[in-house]
Design a protein around this ligand. Sequence first.
Ligand code: ATP
Ligand code: MG
Length: 726
Amino acid sequence: MTAATHSPSFPPVAESADEVLLGLDPEQRQVATTLRGPVCVLAGAGTGKTRAITHRIAYGVRAGILQPASVLAVTFTNRAAGEMRGRLRGLGAGGVQARTFHSAALRQLQYFWPRAVGGDMPRLVERKVQLVAEAAARCRIRLDRNELRDVTGEIEWAKVTQTVPGDYAGAAAKAHREVPRDAAEIAQIYGLYEQLKRDRMVIDFEDVLLLTVGILQDRHDIADQIRSQYQHFVVDEYQDVSPLQQRLLDLWLGDRDSLCVVGDASQTIYSFTGATPGHLLNFRNRYPQATLVKLVRDYRSTPQVVHLANGLLAQARGKAAEHRLELISQRESGPEPAYTEYPDEPAEAEGVARRIRDLIAAGVPAGEIAVLYRINAQSEVYEQALADAGVPYQLRGAERFFERQEVRRAVVTLRGAAHSGANDPLLDAVVDLASQVRAVLSSQGWTPEPPAGSGAVRDQWESLAALVRLAEDFSRAKRDATLADLVVELDERAAAQHAPTVQGVTLASLHAAKGLEWDAVFLVGLTDGMLPITYAKTDDQIEEERRLLYVGVTRARLHLTLSWALSRAPGGRGSRRPSRFLNGLRPGSAALRRSAGSADGPADGERGARKRGRRGPVQCRVCRKTLTDAGEMKLMRCEDCPSDMDEGLYERLRDWRAGQAKELGQPAFCVFTDKTLMAIAEAAPAAEGELAMISGVGGRKLERFGADVLAICAGEEPGGGSGEDA
Ligand code: ATP
Ligand code: MG
């Protein structure tokens, strides 16, 4: 796996500032050489945004225009920040700070706390959700697991938008938040949560930014000190900046404008936390004199991958979509993306593991392969399948490599061996550096072959193996390097958090995959209900899910495989359907007709038509004729066009309706008419939003019967079952 620019571990350092510019296209070069004033780069995935800003900093430093210590580069994840520090070092610009907003703020807060507040900085709360649960319990509000997650999300949103508990209800309504509970209840829980933190003298993730902002606002002396240190700011992934991060950035800047931001509105995937692409898209309003650069050439992915990415974007709606940038691949042709349907999740994981083994056998390094999923809970079945297939994998990011216990221990041992030098009997017999390192690390559990199985032992072995590989690369790059030289290199890397690549298949969530790239990417679990995830309900939330898939697709350089399973467990009903986002894009789904028993959902066009049906003319989704008959409009097709209804589902829905009608003492059509029931059976909605689109399913019915109907459509018993498995 690599973030941003891809290069060997020990690239030759550029000879001069001008050499840093080699390998940039004209627009990227413009970014790199515009070192004064505000700069905004709007560009799609894989167009070299991260590369351009990394080279910009390096060029400025090498040309003597930027002082390394005066630059603060802000990236989105620790992993990306670590990667950027490594690249900068490789370009001869070590010493530049590359951090996340959070880690930069944390450092400043720790440093200035004694002066600004006095005493030691409070501890960071470890289990926020637990504390929210406790606050809710004290308010005598019972939350189920999903509500707890959503209420925690609301509190986070409130904090990054700087909304205090008393203002939460009004702010949530104004922002059209889909609140998981009554807003007053959430405000109450939020208030108590803040109280509990104060009582226990702990702060949370958001407090780190809030407190830093507070100190910078109140203490001009401290603000001045920070501003005199940092003069130039660069922000990657700017489309996902939250109002609070923006506030911090403004405070860092003061009245200066040496700011370069890069981003892609089509990759906005954190708006659920309060982030907004508005700052990126309106940059020019704020800084009319800003240099605006657009990059369109996609250097990362093959035309096949890019075609799919463009297709996904073409279906996107909403504000971010208005700014979509069509990508043009610069790479040679590659394989078509593969789409695979599996009967159940274990079969999907096994199938993916098998394909990964084939890829590795064909020469693709394991570290250049990733399996990406929507939620972390999906990883387990892949861990199991990869372990069974004997494929190494890593769940952890590379960013904290040097903090791992086994790595720290190994470095201490290597340092000891370097000190005792030739007197170490262990090293007597071996002369070359790589063999010495292998010999030393053997005492720590390194073996030439990986241990069987997965888990902690395997994880530790991977860390040691990464150190061995680093030593091999190092001794190749510097012929007569000694063990002492290697230890110096390791210390420097640890200080710069420049971790070696761990040679395992990466298992990561789509959110965590942002900015990264691999030769081969497996997007798994792509069912409707997982992507979009069931709790994405509003149009905006659904659009964010689509962008998440776009981010996933654009991580692949060459091989892209998309898969889904019809049931969770073997022997299930097989009632799931592939993600609606793939309709019209995956082979065979473009046709609106689906064969009986097929798992295809209606194509996006159909859903669009269904939605539009409330506003404009409704077309038959089979023959496209405009419909005028009310019954046909409800069905979304001509009466005599072939139905693609799941007969079994229709029967189950009828049985359920009969039961409901009896219970209510009303005729069956008061529950749902035949036409509506038929439309439900045809659409087999996987989420409430989809069910709501069906004519005849109003708000009241949705509330009353929605859960039952969705359960039946998911092949579960009405009145029970888990929503996540829809
Ligand atoms: P994302 O939107 O996913 O963050 P990005 O725009 O930041 O993507 P980079 O990660 O900087 O893109 O670059 C994508 C890939 O293309 C990297 O492997 C990078 O090395 C390569 N690349 C970028 N520009 C060039 C170029 N001018 N010549 C050759 N390769 C390039
Ligand atoms: Mg990038």
